[in-house]
Write a protein that binds this ligand. Structure first.
Ligand code: XMP
Length: 482
């Protein structure tokens, strides 16, 4: 299928790509990174949120590890950090260094047991120290430090940082107790990433996947405690009682007022309607379209993705529930197609798995660079081998399968070409969407959904649509071949 061009009075740079991922959360670009263990951990979540999208942390790891990742994203950038990481003067600089590495921060305020500010220890204090057992109290920059009062305005904080040529401004109460921290880096990042998806406290937004089985409830509560913005009850078949019960319970208890709850995956009108009736704030659509999926072959089940999105959106739109089109996107042009079919955002796995910020190392094969990418229903992800326990089995309703050799895989393991930083990839993807909006004469995502119309093509049309009758000699940044 292709989108038909229509009369247009807008140029690509003028379109607005703002949309809703869930009822209460809007984002500036409609890109969501997939909760897969080769796609989204905290680095990816930070990177995609800075671009204006949103990352969903995968759940194939312990509750503590997943909650920690939410914390890392939340601390990565903030108007003000209200519970800064601190350290005691009796800790060693080795411990301080480890803490900085863990949270990717450059320094930590030093406090006593009553949270009174004693000093600050930064990379600069530690850089020339060769003995990691030295105590923080000995090497820190001691009080008096430049500090600000609680509630200081952003401009005043910036002035204090600039006047004193410092990078961190601890905020203290009249008794000298540490109450917050403002960092120069956060001001710089705000200027650099004007579209960043942020919560009301100025922290980057992040989502996380949970299941409905076993310790799923405990997991959901731990993620909420760390400040997650939305939870996705993420399974391969969302039109099941367990998923609907989990959503109802989340919506009826404390989460309802704090975070948005998305359910999935479904691929039919009835499936989407059931989720809407359970009270979801968003519906995730896709059974089997993913690049690594084998569900349609192994189980013979699924619905072509454009049809699935269209049918699900018929149930969601009247209820004001946004739709995420999950899986199957290969090129930037597929984003606009998903949106015209009825999605409000798209979820990406393979298109982001090759980025610097996805988990895993680069591998070189015949001089070319690749990164690992695997389905969450692949044997590798579902089997309990290796360091982490597997929570991926229950996404495919196989928690009761005792041994790995009895698992029924619904995905494959492989590798995708290295694609560079998320910033560059998102730029090309959103750039492609902007072109689509220009061609269809849509100034906003809503106009694209309303005005966009499809034309069905044949296999001859598909062949004509891709480059043909030429040998490609230079790879384009947004097209690597069919
Ligand atoms: P793309 O096409 O972006 O798709 O790589 C990513 C989406 O695929 C889903 N997913 C799977 N589906 N077996 C499946 O049937 C799997 O092993 C599997 N792993 C992920 C998921 O919805 C993801 O966002």
């Amino acid at each position: 299928m292709l989108l038909q061009p229509a009369q247009s009075e807008i140029i690509p740079s003028e379109v607005d790509t703002t949309t809703h991922i869930s009822k209460r959360i809007s984002i500036r670009i409609p890109l969501v990174s997939s909760p897969m263990d080769t796609v989204t951990e905290s680095r990816m979540a930070v990177a995609i949120a800075r671009q204006g999208g949103l990352g969903v942390l995968h759940r194939n790891l312990s509750i503590e590890d997943q909650a920690h990742q939410v914390d890392v994203v939340k601390r990565s950038e903030a108007g003000m950090v209200d519970e800064p990481i601190t350290i005691s003067p009796d800790a060693t600089i080795g411990e301080a260094d480890e803490l900085c590495g863990l949270y990717r921060i450059s320094g930590v305020p030093v406090v006593d047991a009553e949270m009174r500010l004693l000093g600050i220890v930064t990379n600069r204090d530690m850089r020339f120290e060769h003995d990691p057992t030295r105590l923080v109290g000995e090497v820190m920059t001691k009080m008096p430090l430049v500090t600000g009062p609680v509630g200081i305005a952003g401009d005043d904080a910036m002035r204090l940082l600039a006047q004193n040529k410092i990078e961190k401004l601890p905020l203290v109460d009249p008794q000298g107790r540490l109450k917050g921290l403002i960092t120069l880096k956060d001001f710089v990042k705000s200027d650099k990433y004007p579209n960043a998806s942020k919560d009301p406290q100025g922290r980057l937004r992040v989502g996380a996947a949970v299941g409905f089985f076993g310790d799923a409830w405990e997991r959901a509560m731990a993620l909420i405690d760390e400040g997650v913005d939305l939870l996705i009850v993420d399974t391969a078949h969302g039109h099941t009682q367990g998923v609907l019960d989990m959503i109802r319970r989340l919506k009826s208890e404390r989460a309802a007022s704090e975070v948005d709850i998305i359910g999935g995956n479904v691929a039919t009108f009835a499936g989407a309607k059931a989720l809407v009736e359970a009270g979801v704030d968003g519906v995730k659509v896709g059974v089997g379209p993913g690049s690594i999926c084998t569900t349609r072959v192994v189980a013979g089940v699924g619905v072509p993705q454009v049809t699935a999105i269209h049918n699900a959106s018929r149930a969601c739109r009247p209820a004001g529930v946004p739709v995420i089109g999950d899986g199957g996107l290969q090129y930037s042009g597929d984003i606009a197609k998903a949106l015209v079919a009825g999605a409000d955002t798209v979820m990406l796995g393979s298109l982001l798995a090759g980025c610097d910020e996805s988990p895993g190392d680069l591998v070189f094969i015949n001089g070319k660079q690749f990164k690992t990418y695997r389905g969450m229903g692949s044997l590798g992800a579902m089997a309990a081998r290796g360091r982490k326990p597997s929570y991926s089995k229950d996404r495919y309703f196989q928690s009761d399968v005792g041994t790995d050799d009895k698992l029924i895989a619904e995905g494959i393991e492989g590798q995708v070409p290295y694609r560079g930083p998320v910033e560059a990839v998102a730029y090309q993807l959103v750039g492609g969407l902007r072109q689509s909006m220009f061609y269809t004469g849509a100034g906003t995502i809503t106009e694209l959904q309303e005005r966009g119309s499809f034309v069905r093509i044949t296999s001859a049309g598909l062949r004509e649509s891709h480059p043909h009758d030429i040998q490609m000699t230079v790879e384009a940044p947004n097209y690597s071949g069919q």
